[in-house]
Design a protein around this ligand. Sequence first.
Ligand code: K1U
Ligand code: ZN
Length: 173
Amino acid sequence: MALKKILIHPDPRLKKVATPVTSVNDELRRLADDMLETMYDAPGIGLAAPQVAVMDRMLVMDCAKEDDATPEPMVLINPEVVWTSDARNVYEEGCLSIPEQYAEVERPAEVEVSWMDLDGKTRRERFDGLWATCVQHEIDHLDGKLFIDYLRPLKRQMITRKMQKLKREMARG
Ligand code: K1U
Ligand code: ZN
């Protein structure tokens, strides 16, 4: 397994729509393992393939984040939201591609998602709480959308400028 470099906003690859996966093979399984390792190392509760510069429609997540919780890693390939609740939920979101910036985002409180697993089987599940927020945030990544796209333009610009400064400082080393 290997840690992957996480792209930082602004990056054109984070604005692109990812491509559906057509076959589950060993390369994809290795990528899923690397993404889970990268997510736990960050640490984070989710990660989408475009964040590690791979334009496949695959995401990983584990929202069982209590200190003594048993890990519940999930790998979703070609995920699709097939139902959303009318009830909405507000959560202060973060993003590994926008480090140390947080903002409240309102989304459906519950969603039903269908996807393919690493055995090539179709699965369907209803998510609520943090799992629902996280899976929607990650599917947004597959569609080239970031949580800051839900914010007012001024706030979004402020965060983008901070990230441009951070990237300049990182490049200087
Ligand atoms: O997609 C990402 O960039 C990962 C992101 C997922 C996410 C966070 C919050 C709401 C929705 C989706 C993160 O994991 S940011 C880090 C984070 O939230 C966290 C890190 C350690 C412990 C608990 C949470
Ligand atoms: Zn994110």
